[in-house]
Design a protein around this ligand. Structure first.
Ligand code: HEC
Length: 112
C-alpha cells in the first residue's frame, strides 16, 4: 500500500520533475548506469536493441521522458526490475535519466 501511494504521489510530481531532468549530467549518468544498471540492461548506444530487459537505447527511443523517470523511481512491483532508488540520490537518478535520453538517436543514424 505504501508502495502504491508512493507511486501515485510521484506521478503527481511528474511535470515538475521532468522540467528538472535536463539538469542531469549524462557523463555521470553513464558511470552510474555502468555501476547500477548494466548487470541487467544493455546500456551502450548501438548495443543489442531487442532484449529483455529493454536496452537503454530502446527505452530512449520508445518512451517519453516522464515515463522513463517514473519507471526508474517506481518500477512495477510485479516485474523483475528492482527498486534501485534507495541506493541512489535524486541527482543520480537525473544523471541516469539524462544519459538514457542522450541515446535517443535512430539506430540508422548512429556513428559507431
Ligand atoms: C536486476 C536487474 C535490473 C537492474 C539492476 C535494473 N533493471 Fe531496469 N528493468 C529490469 C527489468 C527486468 C525490466 C522490465 C520489466 C519492468 O518494466 O519492470 C526493467 C525495466 C526498466 C525500465 C522500463 C523499461 C520500459 O519498458 O520502458 C527502465 C526505465 C529501467 N528499467 C531503468 C533502469 C535503470 C536506470 C537502472 C539502474 C539505475 C535499472 N533499470 C536497473 C531489470 C533491471
Amino acid at each position: 500500500m505504501i508502495r502504491f501511494l508512493t507511486a501515485v504521489s510521484f506521478a503527481a510530481l511528474l511535470p515538475l520533475s521532468s522540467a528538472a531532468a535536463s539538469e542531469g549530467d549524462p557523463i555521470k549518468g553513464l558511470a552510474i548506469a555502468q555501476d547500477k544498471c548494466s548487470r541487467c540492461h544493455e546500456i551502450a548506444k548501438g548495443g543489442a536493441f531487442k532484449k529483455m530487459p529493454p536496452s537503454f537505447q530502446a527505452i530512449a527511443i520508445y518512451r517519453t521522458e516522464p515515463d522513463i523517470w517514473s519507471r526508474i523511481i517506481a518500477p512495477s512491483p510485479h516485474a523483475a526490475m528492482p527498486d534501485m532508488t534507495w541506493t541512489m540520490t535524486s541527482a543520480e537518478v537525473q544523471d541516469v535519466l539524462a544519459y538514457i535520453l542522450s541515446l535517443d538517436v535512430p539506430v540508422s543514424q548512429q556513428t559507431p
